[in-house]
Design a protein around this ligand. Sequence first.
Ligand code: ACO
Length: 428
Amino acid sequence: MTETATLTFRDQQVEIPAVVGSENEIGLDLGAAKLRDHSGLVTLDTGFKHTASTQSAITYLDGANGILRYRGYSIEDLADHCSFLEVCYLLLKGELPNAEELDEFRTTLNQHTLLHEDLRQFFKAFPKDAHPMGILSASMAALSTFYQDGDVNDPKAVELDVIRLLAKMPTVAGFAYKRSQGQPFIYPDNKLRYTANFMRMMFSFPTEDWIHDEDICDALDALLILHADHEQNCSTSTVRLVGSGHAPLYACISAGVAALWGSRHGGANQRVLNQLDQIHSEGGNVEKMVQKAKDKNDPFRLMGFGHRVYKNFDPRANILRKKANVVLEKLGIDDPLLDIAVRLEETALKDDYFIERKLFPNVDFYSGIIYRALGIPTDMMTVMFAMGRLSGWIAHWLEMHDQHQPIGRPRQIYTGPNLRQFVPIDQR
Ligand code: ACO
């Protein structure tokens, strides 16, 4: 029997059925209760801190206990044992691929890694110092003008769009970087694995052979896996919301990239590095930065700290802290910023301000240090995040369409003026 909660307001009572998830999370289903139809009431939850926007079978996140699972598999297992493409397949299709399925998936992707030559011309039109997230968002939207067959109700057309996006985003990212450096674009080499192909497009030159390093590619696979999905975060909710209006998939992904760009979301990884750099250049005083973050008259925040959902620890940050050490050691890099990051974390975690507000390092805190060790420039770091998150965005977009969700259209509580007498312009 379905449990219900009773909402009493003035002389009205509304029975609200509970929905229980597979991990026993409980939500009150205001839609099923037809709250607004029956009572005229809406709920107000600015920032959606207490609101589930959907039921979803993709990712399970327990913020209190630091648990993150994709399709039931722990993030720790996936980061240790899988390639990024295996995890993409898992997110999109719900099951891990066997060797044959993975091979077929990779072969299909490889048929779509090139960009249309006319799209390549776009990169030359962007200013040389354009932020690569702007280029990425614009390029994703531009793909919809090259591939106009993408009827969102046609599964075959959607499947092709999904493949194109996954195949082309690393090429777009590589071209955006090359444009910023004034270097020739490097075309994809489909003999290479996904991460190696991307690194080659970033760092090779037509004049030299390029030798890829398996350790670097493994580290990159792990980073992309850790970023691949995080249930209804800001950018994923954006993709779902734009998609709910039946916009083409490319346009939804472009919107997701834009949402990710912000400093409170994926853009934090770039800013973490900037802050660590600043501390380093000012003599390594981490306490000063912590004091600044605590000052309520200063809008400054410690980047890479705090999370809407994790209130104990971010499991991705725990994995990345260990990986940062391993990667730096393997590459023989002695990065003073890692030492500053460790000291900053220690100082903040002992501080009452951070303890009371349950502010812990998030995924962005250590990812930048690894990206830096791999040679990824700071302003490309959020693009790396987008490359990982793309698979999650698409999985959610597909799920939303499969669930035939209605258009997303929140309500509001109006606080503006009441009806006013109109005054013609010559009398104002
Ligand atoms: N530094 C200093 N104070 C902080 C920080 C921080 N990084 N994060 C939160 N706080 C404080 C707030 O000022 C607020 O204090 P108050 O209660 O005295 O007013 C309290 O902690 C709660 O903060 P909110 O902004 O209400 O928490 P919310 O859940 O809305 O925000 C967010 C979460 C956006 C991640 C926030 O912690 C933040 O801005 N962090 C820095 C940016 C960052 O690292 N973003 C990446 C997040 S992970 C990701 O998107 C992949």
